[in-house]
Design a protein around this ligand. Structure first.
Ligand code: GLA
Length: 767
């Protein structure tokens, strides 16, 4: 919690502490990391009695004190701190120097959210630190503690109390100085269809700058990053996590100073950002999220998962199990009619799915991605009965009905563009850029916001729609940083005004897949589509990257067709499910193309998922580090009653060694039953080898074998035994792998891209 003790302040959560000290007009960071118990600030204070050649002295009366060496929460500008700072200003009269002096500290109850921007809720207390320049430019730093999940949020608010305008060239949410520099920086870069692949680099002197300029939090670089001790693992060691509650262009900077300190700063992308504050106006930065754990990267992730589930996701869908859905996009693309959709929905209902989602193509003249976007009136050629009638028919099958739209965009070939060509984002004298044949609507304008709110609200009220996939399929271009920020504020306003009044609707945000997977969007949409890439092997990296920072309840993950539409990779049906079940499960393929054996398998998968989905979506999540490109994830139920573990393989190797699977989160003295969900294997995957296993001599590519493949499959024996938590924590001894020396039911036969799922259920106390 927060204590204000004269010239030092302590912000404490269950396991972490953030300590600040006032020195003259400055506020120093004394320590951020594991909680330390101190009676006063003396043990934490850095000694600064010596100056160095070349130092700029901050103030004559405090010489030799120089800003260059201090850990500063806010730096007076151009006064000797040469590291990246949270602010950059042009003051009245053109000066770029601003001498912020600490004025006072205030302790406030609960969270203090910024205006017009989403933010975390339910904080315990907030510390506000006020600073001012002699000209009257005031800055307040806000710190809110979330003790239950070891998170501290920070943001900055600047008010122009001078008598002339001030221009903000950079207004980051925070700066933080850590005393050493022995850290490995992990960022989560990527691109369309290969989002968030972790990239690690040990810090070296100088600045590492990363971020996005696309107008969105973007697939290019998620706003989340980590700093870990070099020896930190998934389970041990110091790990810091940093994120922003923001969906627009952003920047992060980690800079090692010549004096071996690490400055961390992040917030709105300053490139091209010039925000004028008239006298009396103020500017609020998005909220930043900081966490720390001594229990390695899994420990840090657990803090952030709890934070997202408790303090970011809100409304009726918070903490609620997510429905299993079927989405028609990869099954039909634009080519569908009511009969086709209902047949898909019928098949989905047979599988046990709970929600049918109608994706792009249901409105206007939208037969391809070059036309119709913006015209959200139903296409009567495809759906003669309209949306309400389709939704009712879907309901009659026992499914909820959901819908896709992309409100922020318009095709040139659309009624909306013809009626309002001036509503798009454009700069006079420039040809507006297109992307996926579309323009961006100018969400900064009140009339555009009002139009969208009116149109979409009416649409949502016209039929029993319980789910919306809100898409956004191109980057912004040709705009300033200030415009890009106003655009995001406009988007938040539109989302508020549409969805606050419709709390039953489950919103899934999407942006060409995972181009806007961030905490800002999660304040509106409890789940987000991870990526347009549904190849399970690609998804291992994408979902693993996401799992560092976001809980599985936030990740839309679908089983799709094989060979995959982007990689042409063939993967086992079981692996497509096993990867998707570590997320919010959906199916996105033409179920008519599955064989009868696969359909039976899908039914079994859905049954398994529904039974264990609270564990999978809301359980405590662990990543493991395995050799040979293998991955394993485990989710342990909050009450400890069960764990679901997935084990994934990229390529198989000949003569494989005996494998043990790590376990975590189990009680040492509890007794567990270990079970497995062996995947269905295709008989044809054995090729001509099958001759040796069957009494009949059949041709591998013959009609009988093809038919057998459709109707049945091979399945290895399921595991079933009991063991204490202590024994399992030593590693789960897996069945041997097939290695060409004979076939036995007790062998695992994964093949390339194979996987297994294990279910570990607590059955009592171990003896
Ligand atoms: C984007 C989305 C897809 C799908 C299409 C429809 O690419 O990411 O999931 O909705 O748009 O056009």
């Amino acid at each position: 919690m927060i204590t204000v003790n004269g010239d030092w302040f302590a912000l404490e959560t269950a396991n972490t502490g953030y300590y600040l000290g006032v020195r003259g007009g400055l506020v120093e960071n004394l320590h951020y990391g594991a909680r330390v118990r101190v009676e006063n600030s003396v043990p934490l204070r850095e000694k600064t009695d010596i100056g160095y050649g070349g130092d700029v002295v901050y103030r004559a009366e405090s010489a030799p004190l120089s800003l260059e060496h201090l850990c500063l929460e806010l730096s007076p500008l151009q006064k000797g701190d040469y590291r990246a700072q949270s602010l950059s200003l042009v003051m009245p009269g053109g000066a770029r120097t601003a001498d912020f002096s600490f004025v006072c500290a205030r302790r406030l109850e609960g969270s203090v959210p910024p205006e017009g921007m989403p933010a975390a809720r339910g904080g315990a207390e907030t510390l506000a630190l006020d600073f001012s320049t002699p000209e009257g430019v005031a800055v307040t730093l806000f710190y809110t503690v979330y003790p239950d999940c070891d998170v501290i949020t920070r943001r900055l608010c600047i008010k122009n109390g001078a008598d002339a305008p001030v221009t903000l060239e950079k207004a980051l949410s925070y700066q933080l100085d850590l005393p050493g520099c022995d850290y490995v920086l992990s960022t989560f870069p990527g691109a369309w269809a290969r989002e968030r692949h972790e990239a690690c680099v040990p810090l070296t002197p100088g600045a590492h700058v990363f971020g996005s300029t696309t107008g969105a939090s973007s697939a290019f670089c998620n706003p989340f990053f980590m700093l870990c001790a070099p020896d930190a693992t998934e389970f041990n060691g110091d790990a810091y996590g940093f994120n922003l509650v923001y969906s627009g262009s952003h920047m992060g900077c980690v800079e090692v100073s010549p004096w071996g300190k690490t400055r961390v700063a992040a917030g709105i992308q300053p490139e091209g950002f010039a925000w004028t504050l008239a006298p009396g106006e103020r500017f609020e930065t998005p909220e930043a999220v900081l966490t720390f754990s001594r229990a390695g990267k899994n420990g840090m992730s657990a803090n952030l998962h709890a934070f997202v589930q408790e303090h970011i996701v809100r409304g009726k869908w918070a903490k609620k199990d997510r429905p299993v859905l079927l989405n028609n996009w990869e099954a039909t693309y634009f080519d569908f009619n009511e009969r086709k959709l209902l047949s898909l929905a019928k098949d989905a209902a047979k599988l046990g799915a709970e929600l049918f989602v109608l994706d792009d193509g249901w409105f206007g003249a939208r037969d391809n991605d070059a036309k119709g976007l913006g015209d959200y009136t139903v296409n009567r050629k495809k759906l003669p009965g309209g949306l309400a009638s389709l939704a009712e028919k879907v309901h009659a099958l026992g499914l909820l009905f959901g819908l896709w739209f992309e409100p922020e965009m318009v095709n040139a070939d659309s009624g909306l563009f013809r009626a309002h060509p001036d509503w798009i984002v454009q700069t006079p004298g420039n040809v507006p850029a297109t992307g996926r044949n579309q323009y961006v609507l100018d969400l900064c304008r009140a009339e555009v916001q009002d139009y969208l709110i009116g149109q979409l609200s009416a649409l949502l009220d016209s039929a029993p729609i319980r789910y919306i996939k809100w898409d956004m399929n191109r980057h912004l271009a040709g705009v300033s940083g200030a415009f890009a920020h106003r655009y995001i504020l406009g988007l938040y306003e539109v989302l508020h005004r549409i969805f606050d009044a419709r709390p039953d609707i489950l919103l899934e945000s999407c942006s060409s897949g995972g181009n806007r997977f961030d905490l800002g969007m999660l304040c509106f949409s409890p789940q987000i589509w991870c990526s347009d890439d549904t190849d399970p092997i690609e998804r291992l990296d994408i979902q693993k990257g996401l799992s560092y920072l976001y809980p599985l309840s936030a990740m839309g993950a679908h089983v799709s067709a094989s060979p995959h539409s982007q990689t042409l990779r063939r993967t086992p049906f079981g692996t497509r499910f096993a990867v998707s079940c570590f997320g919010c499960l959906g199916y996105e393929l033409d179920l008519r193309e599955l064989t009868p054996a696969e359909l039976r398998e899908a039914k079994r998968q859905v049954e398994f998922y529904k039974k264990h989905r609270m564990t999978l979506q809301y359980g405590r999540f662990y990543r493991f580090t395995l050799p040979e490109g293998r991955e394993a994830f485990s989710c342990v139920a909050r009450d400890g009653a069960e764990a679901v573990t997935g084990h994934f393989r990229r390529l198989v190797h000949a003569a494989p060694a005996f494998e043990k699977l790590p376990a975590a989160g189990l009680e040492r003295d509890a007794l567990y039953e270990v079970g497995s969900l062996p995947p269905l294997l295709r008989i044809s995957d054995f090729g001509a080898l099958i001759k040796h296993a069957l009494p009949l001599k059949l041709r591998a590519d013959g009609a009988i074998m093809r038919r057998a493949d459709r109707l049945a499959g091979l399945r290895q024996a399921a595991e079933k035994y009991r063991a204490s938590g202590a024994a399992l924590l030593d590693g789960i001894r897996l069945q041997n792998l097939f290695s060409g020396t004979g076939y036995d039911k007790a062998l695992r036969l994964p093949g390339d891209f194979g996987s297994e799922i294990y279910l570990i259920t607590r059955v009592g106390k171990a003896k």
